[in-house]
Design a protein around this ligand. Structure first.
Ligand code: NI
Length: 229
């Protein structure tokens, strides 16, 4: 599933986040958190997780996710890895092809999270930097993603992906992973498609139409069958 979620953060929230992510923020070499495979071809900076700025930013992003119904419907989140923050600029400007780890340990929450979905929440506008596309390999070729500040992409953690070198300015983003209540991508996609069609149906024939009530029941019964909480 690839999903572009618009305006996860408001313009004011992006502004607040960026104030906490300036040059004086506790940026660290991103390689300290990379596994062996990533070490050789990862050059970026990450915000120190134990900093006050990181705690404030995590709360900001998590609150934004919790109010977004589309995010909930698409991801059906069971666990959200504490949002992390990175910057690609200057000499630290790329992350070569890799697959995200399947199970990740969060120091902030002392929790293991299985990565079903990967998320990138863009915090810099595309006009602020050149390069820095998130490039995701697909059977049909490579998909290039570069979104407005405040927008987020959800994509399967199983994909090979990279961040292309930033050649001007700075790409600042939040990134994290979701363990979904519905592990199967196919089942999760069916549920999301059905939920979206139900929204359209409610808008056109009304909430209390017997068909809408029945299909809403079917949605919940499928979710009940497939969800693991
Ligand atoms: Ni990755």
């Amino acid at each position: 599933m690839f999903l572009h979620l618009k305006n996860i953060l408001t313009a004011d929230e992006v502004h607040s986040a960026r104030q906490l992510l300036g040059d004086d923020a506790p940026w660290m070499d991103g390689r300290t958190s990379a596994g062996g495979q990533a070490l050789a071809h990862k050059r970026n900076e990450q915000l120190a997780q134990d900093s006050a700025a990181a705690r404030q930013l995590r709360a900001l992003v998590l609150a934004a996710l919790h109010r977004d119904a589309l995010f909930f419907s698409a991801a059906l989140p069971k666990k959200i890895f504490n949002p992390l923050f990175n910057r690609y600029s200057g000499e630290s400007n790329f992350y070569g092809n890799h697959v995200d780890g399947a199970v990740l340990h969060s120091k902030a929450t002392e929790q293991w999270v299985r990565s079903d979905l990967s998320c990138t929440l863009f915090l810099a506008d595309p006009t602020e930097y050149d390069g820095g596309e998130l490039l995701i390999k697909e059977a049909q070729g490579e998909r290039a993603i570069k979104l407005p500040a405040g927008d987020m992409v959800l994509y399967p953690s199983s994909t090979v992906h990279q961040v292309a070198p930033v050649t001007r300015g700075a790409r600042i983003a939040s990134f994290f992973w979701i363990e979904s209540m519905v592990r199967s991508t196919e089942q999760r996609q069916l549920l999301f498609g059905m939920d979206m069609d139900l929204l359209r149906l409610r808008a056109s024939i009304g909430e209390t139409s017997p068909a809408v009530v029945g299909l809403t029941g079917t949605y919940h019964n499928l979710l009940r069958m497939w969800a693991d909480t």
